[in-house]
Design a protein around this ligand. Structure first.
Ligand SMILES: NC(=O)c1ccc[n+]([C@@H]2O[C@H](COP(=O)([O-])OP(=O)(O)OC[C@H]3O[C@@H](n4cnc5c(N)ncnc54)[C@H](OP(=O)(O)O)[C@@H]3O)[C@@H](O)[C@H]2O)c1
Length: 320
């Protein structure tokens, strides 16, 4: 089968189209004939090995010292089940599915455990849209719940127009919160259409100088520190940094013991129940994946170069 392989860390041109062996599903796995994947912010970081200095050594040990241990990137998938292992009971050949599984999605076929983050594709969206659901949606859902999102709360989402941000805006609204979204002016209409009550253009207004106070401040882009966010946080509130800085670890430990303004951080995972929640919200019209540009698999370098700009809206899709 065709796949995009990476034999070194570096710029987009380390990604090359190659012929690789077809994967065979294990007993508990389904094999998916891929229709679409995405280029996530995590993919470009892994490709370039863009990790904070303090995580450099542990990350190299996990990901590969001199070159990536896993040669095929890609975490989001949408396609059709074309083979199943002998113990699989939840899916059958021909099912249209979507989800998230770490690595291996830049390929024509991908094997996924049936208990992983995989669900039937809602009929209301196509494969390209389905490929762009899991990464942002699962992350946003995990961290909103961890922060204790509840009806009537006020939430500030900084970096609201990316994959996690566009998901967080919609889900926070779904949970009944009042949403203030921070993004560049060009993304204002998009965010209002997703349900944001207030949109702040970060180039024109400093969101930490206003009179509004928030129960939750979520920063998806690593640009709003806890020290600055505190100015607009209520006495009892949560700060959620998606891109954790070294200072956040100290704040997290200290705020766990004292203080009403707590730091909530960590990593989200592949959660099947949460994916089914997202699928149900899509099917009922309460959530929509935001899709930016679409590329062909052969043009993966261009897709990575675009995501490298840090300015994508929602998900960048790659059609296979
Ligand atoms: N902890 C975890 O488990 C976990 C899981 C998933 C993702 N993450 C992390 O979460 C982060 C966000 O992921 P993502 O996929 O949502 O990113 P993304 O889609 O690449 O985010 C792009 C968005 O960031 C916005 N942006 C760029 N600079 C900005 C600034 N100075 N101020 C405000 N907005 C700005 C851009 O909006 P404008 O064009 O309007 O500026 C753009 O729409 C990534 O760093 C990722 O690694 C963490």
């Amino acid at each position: 089968m065709k796949a995009i392989v990476q034999q070194a860390y570096g710029p987009p041109d380390v990604l090359q189209l190659a012929e690789v062996p077809m994967p065979e599903p294990k007993d508990d796995e389904v094999r998916i004939k891929m229709v679409a994947t995405t280029v996530t912010s995590a993919d470009v970081r892994l490709r370039a090995f863009d990790v904070p200095g303090m995580f450099w050594l542990p990350a190299r040990l996990v990901m590969g010292i001199s070159k990536p241990r896993k040669a095929i990137l890609g975490v989001e998938f949408a396609g059709t089940v074309d083979a199943i292992g002998k113990d699989v009971t939840r899916f059958k050949v021909g099912d249209a599915v979507f989800g998230q599984h770490v690595y291996g999605c830049y390929a024509q076929y991908k094997c996924v455990p049936e208990t992983g983050a995989i669900a039937l594709k809602p009929e209301t969206i196509d494969f390209a849209q389905a490929a762009g659901v899991a990464f942002g949606g699962l992350t946003a859902l995990h961290f909103l719940r961890k922060a204790g999102i509840a009806a009537g709360q006020d939430i500030l989402i900084y970096g609201a127009s990316g994959a996690v941000g566009t998901a967080a805006v919609q889900l926070a609204r779904h949970f009944g919160a009042r949403v203030t979204a921070v993004a560049s002016a060009a993304n204002g209409d998009l965010l209002r259409s997703l349900g944001a009550d207030v949109v702040i253009d970060y180039a024109a207004t400093d969101c930490t100088q206003g009179s509004a106070r928030y129960d939750i401040v979520m920063d998806t882009v690593g640009k709003l520190s806890f020290a600055r966010a505190r100015a607009v946080m209520k006495p009892v509130s949560r700060y959620v940094p998606l891109v954790m800085q070294p200072a956040d670890i100290a704040h997290m430990l200290r705020s766990a013991l004292v203080g009403g303004q707590k730091v909530v951080a960590g990593t989200s995972g592949d959660n099947q129940t949460d994916l089914e929640t997202l699928a149900a919200l899509i099917a009922s019209g309460h959530y929509r994946p935001v899709i930016d540009r679409q590329y062909r698999l052969e043009d993966i370098q261009a897709a990575h170069a675009y995501v490298d700009t840090g300015r994508k809206k929602g998900a960048v899709v790659v059609l296979i």
